[in-house]
Design a protein around this ligand. Sequence first.
Ligand SMILES: O=c1ccn([C@@H]2O[C@H](COP(=O)(O)O)[C@@H](O)[C@H]2O)c(=O)[nH]1
Length: 288
Amino acid sequence: MIVDKLYKEVEQKGHVCVGLDTDYSYIPNIFAKNFSSKGEAIYNFNKEIIDETYDVVTCYKVQIAYYEAFGIEGLKAYSDTLKYIKQKGCISIADIKRGDIAKTAEMYAMGHFTGDFEADYITINPYMGVNDSIEPFISYVQNNNKGLFVLVRTSNKGAKDFQYIKNENCNPLYEIVGEKLEELAMKNMGNCGFSSIGAVVGCTNNEEGVSLRKKIKSMFLLIPGYGAQGGKAEDIVTYLVKGNGAVVNSSRGILLAYKKEENGENNFAKCARNEAIRMRDDIRSYID
Ligand SMILES: O=c1ccn([C@@H]2O[C@H](COP(=O)(O)O)[C@@H](O)[C@H]2O)c(=O)[nH]1
């Protein structure tokens, strides 16, 4: 199962997931001017970042919004980036946050687990219910070595608007969602002790982190919120199980690391590498 590969990569390379949220405005002019289109510049920027980081990070999360925003050429850059991640032998997470009725979800599954936009993992929004939002993806998990990260508790401030609403027993919605998903996760376990059905849990609101982790024991976590959103390494440890069981995304923190260095524009990929190593070691320093 794909989760076994992810687990092994974390063992070997740490917890860092590089977020390729490649806003065209992030690309230094000195680099972008070598390309005839924005899409080409975005893809080649990603390629440089991947080449400089793939030996020190575990996976790449490609946020589709940044590519859709540039239409067809953006989607070509998206597709080429996913293919390049695969060519380097790395794991890709397509952050697409899809959720719809079952028939439509079947098409999302086909669209993002096969063909031009094929990724190893995708992110799913469970709001429309298990049968519709999640079931249509399960056959790919079981038969095609694919994985899901389902939104459970997100990293943004607005998470509190709905996800923290409590039922009559004082259980917040995110916990109820987590418990339901855990049942499904337990039916799709890898050999590493985690499931290929994982959860997105932000590291910015951690008050009930320990109790949430206990309720979703089998789920491998994708943790956004580190760095630019204020999440810290000490917040991550709550979600690890024997030092494994989660990858931690940083997008702006890594892609824009060059802005903090003198002459960084000429060495943006090297700066990304240094930041990825710093982040990896920062997280490791909290694991005993
Ligand atoms: O709860 C969530 C779920 C997804 N995201 C995504 O992660 C990255 C975060 O980017 P940073 O620049 O490291 O803040 C981005 O793609 C979000 O769409 C999230 O932030 N929170």
